[in-house]
Ligand binder design. Structure first.
Ligand code: ADP
Ligand code: ZN
Length: 718
């Protein structure tokens, strides 16, 4: 009997199992867990061998290609680096396999005894598609561009026969791939050359203003890889962008294969589709995988290049356990496999910028590829303009909107606040509705007639009469995007005004319709949250107005300034890309803030230098390392006591170069019924951070019902 450590697709550490035969690391297996059968990955021989009689036996190894040694290493590294159970990562890594096993196992089709008897062209195409090997029915229908019905008829007519076989052989073959787009500009061509003139692992940062043509550069790098028979991992921060980018690559990449070499990976796909993508990727066929966070862990047997677009975006970091950053996983992966990783952004994160500058791989594109140069934002000083009570658009903003609309151009107003107003209360007794689970104020969403908790999703019907005093009417404080809509419709009643927020665009069909109308110029004024700031290139859009551009001086997030600059730059980049000169107006009550000076000059590097100095002075990342420690429990005392236990431990066992800050009640002191306290470990470097966590946090005795959640390289601080 041999003993192995196995990572299960469950929130547990690796467990040991026994098996009569030798197994390789990366072998996929079914093992017993309680009464269930669970999928797992063999990590290697058991590191702490035990009495064989006490171990459970592996049920069976799966008839499936092994994961690579690098995949196994990545799993172990992620679990170690983020201090999370290896199973949490195995779960993400094997999502596609789980879907594949859940969907009916495909049988392969091959030409049957009656093949070629029919003269029909579609039937001929189907048979031709099998020239390179058997395919399953969906794969064959896709490849030969016929209906599944026809495939079924051909099976009935014995032109095709079913046989069991290796479903991972999907006809791996060379595909010709080329870029079918505009000629590269000299600045773009130079970057393509520089980046592809090296071999092996390196991190290249393409820092290019919005519209500088980063996508065409990616397309050239990708085409080279696909032509060499390699696979490319392309990460984007959200599903909508995966769709946009994959559409653009469909336009830009020509290929001589019947099946497109571009596939997507995200949670919105149907199980069958995911199963198909999983099998295609595992077959090792050259392809481009465009995906969100979870794609960073997808095993890719022929990985040749990794691209992370909008690398600064904090959506790459998962807010819940495992708290991984897909960008950083992607970089680690490229390092393990020995290939390049290309990061792209108009406003890179401080982490990436500082590293790229040190390594002299900071590649800049300072001009737009076509059309006008980026618009310099102008500030409107809210202290010096008369504002109507309860309104949020200043006279200069309204005047500019009028001018642009009169010319038939489109306007985007940016306000990153969902709902009608941040706060609602009863006019007569002052009652404020709050979430029973989290304690935070519920946000009125009048269009949906609901009061919503933005943290846990709790919802109740909105009231017209206060449920507490049965008398007062609701009053609203502050401005949300729905209230902004009322003001805009009142000012420009003949214009079509729409809202782009996650509440309004819950289905992808709705989102597609809205962006379709926006592109076609059918919407005059679009009011958008963060969602509207990304990725869209609207020809008729010439005015962007930022409703609230105030930096939050009390922000608990030390990246608040970086985020504000990024958001304003991104939304501003939507203006006047194609035609008439655009304008970007930012309403703020502190225009003297240095951030606006840099923004007005389009001087991101100046801003970054300023920010770097501040971070260095205050010993903040990227010049130090951090880990958030979140202590939660149904019993408030338990969470608090865990925090103080860490503090005592940190005093008793000091670690050179590391300090503990806290505990304090978390800004979200209740979440989903759990009391929360938190603290922060700050360290000079990764080594010190590891030592401190090992000395102070890992030995904690956690009472039943309580939880200690470590967030390495935190992006959020609630
Ligand atoms: P980014 O991703 O850097 O913001 P895009 O890739 O979206 O920029 O490119 C901006 C616009 O410039 C797009 O409309 C694109 O088609 C166009 N473009 C990019 N490169 C070229 C080129 N070499 N020749 C002509 N048009 C280009
Ligand atoms: Zn809640």
């Amino acid at each position: 009997m041999f003993q192995f450590d196995v990572a299960l697709v469950q929130a547990v550490p690796a467990y040991s199992y026994k098996h009569a035969d030798q197994l390789q690391p990366g072998q996929l297996v079914l093992v017993p867990l309680g009464r269930r059968e669970v999928l797992g990955i063999v990590l290697g021989p058991a590191r702490a061998p035990r009495d064989v009689s006490k171990l459970k036996e592996i049920i069976r190894p799966l008839d499936h290609p092994l994961l690579s040694p690098q995949d196994v290493q990545l799993l172990l590294w992620a679990s170690y680096y983020y201090l999370a159970d290896v199973g949490l990562f195995a779960r993400i890594m094997l999502r596609g396999l789980r879907d594949h096993l859940a969907s009916r196992l495909p049988t392969l089709l091959r030409p049957g005894p009656m093949a070629g008897q029919s003269k029909s062209k579609p039937r001929h195409d189907v048979l031709a598609a099998l020239a390179e090997g058997g395919l399953d029915a969906p794969g064959l229908a896709l490849k030969s561009q016929v209906s599944r019905g026809l495939i079924r008829s051909m099976i009935k007519d014995q032109e095709l026969v079913e046989e069991d076989g290796d479903p991972f052989h999907l006809g791996k073959h060379d595909v010709g791939v080329w870029v079918d787009g505009p000629e590269l500009l000299p600045a773009q061509a130079e970057l393509v050359d520089v980046i592809s003139s090296h071999d092996g692992f390196r991190t290249e940062l393409i820092h290019g203003v919005t519209g500088s043509g980063k996508t065409l550069i990616y397309a050239h790098l990708i085409a080279r890889m696909l032509a060499e028979g390699r696979q490319v991992l392309f990460l984007v921060p959200e599903i909508a962008l995966a769709q946009t980018l994959s559409d653009r690559f469909h336009m830009l990449l020509g290929h001589d294969d019947v099946e497109s070499p571009i596939v997507m990976w995200h949670g919105g796909l149907a199980t069958g589709r995911r199963s198909h993508v999983w099998r295609r990727v595992q077959s090792g066929a050259p392809l481009l995988l465009v995906g969100v966070r979870s794609a960073s862990l997808m095993p890719m047997p022929a990985l040749g290049l990794v691209v992370v677009d909008e690398e600064h975006d904090h959506s790459f970091k998962q807010d819940e356990a495992p708290h991984y950053n897909a960008r950083d996983i992607a970089i680690k992966r490229a390092q393990q496999v020995g290939v390049a990783v290309v990061l792209g952004s108009a406003t890179p994160s401080m982490e990436s910028l500082v590293r790229a500058q040190q390594q002299q791989r900071h590649r800049r594109l300072t001009m737009r590829a076509i059309g006008n140069e980026p618009v310099r934002p102008e500030m409107i000083d809210l202290r010096h303009v008369p504002m109507e009570q309860g309104h949020c658009l200043s006279p200069p903003m309204v005047a500019a909107m009028g001018e642009h609309l009169a010319r038939g151009e489109q306007v985007l107003l940016y306000l990153n606040r969902r709902g009608y107003a941040p706060l609602m209360s009863c006019q007569s007794c002052g009652h404020r509705p709050s979430c029973p689970e989290c304690g935070v104020r519920l946000v009125p969403h009048r269009r949906q007639h609901r009061l919503l908790c933005h943290w846990c999703g709790y919802a109740e019907a909105i009231w017209d009469k206060c449920p507490q005093c049965h008398d007062g009417l609701p009053v609203f404080y502050g401005i949300g995007i729905e209230r902004l809509a009322e003001e805009v419709i009142g000012l420009f009643p003949s214009m079509r005004t729409e809202i782009a927020s996650s509440d309004m665009l819950q289905s992808s069909a709705k989102a597609a319709a809205l962006w379709g109308d926006m592109h076609a110029g059918k919407i005059n004024i679009l009011l958008g949250t963060q969602l509207a700031a990304k990725g869209h290139d609207i020809p008729g859009l010439t005015l962007v107005g930022v409703v609230d551009g105030d930096p939050d001086h009390d922000a608990i997030d030390f990246r608040a300034r970086e985020r504000l600059y990024q958001a304003l730059d991104q939304v501003g980049g939507r203006a006047g890309r194609h035609r008439e000169k655009g304008r970007v107006l930012v309403q703020t009550s502190c225009p003297e803030d240095s951030l606006f000076g840099f923004l007005g000059e389009g001087d991101f590097l100046g801003f970054a230098q300023d920010e770097a100095n501040r971070r260095k002075r205050n010993m903040l990342p990227p010049f130090t390392r951090m880990a958030g420690v979140i202590l939660s429990s149904a019993k408030q005392r338990d969470a608090e006591e865990l925090g103080f236990a860490i503090a005592r431990q940190a005093r008793a066992l000091p670690v050179d170069g590391a300090s503990w800050m806290g505990p304090v009640p978390a800004p979200m002191s209740m979440l989903r019924g759990q009391s929360r306290w938190r603290g922060l470990v700050r360290a000079k470097g990764r080594d010190e951070l590891e030592k401190a966590l090992a000395a102070w946090v890992l030995p904690l005795k956690v009472p039943a019902g309580a939880r200690v959640d470590v967030d390495v390289d935190p992006q959020s601080f609630y």
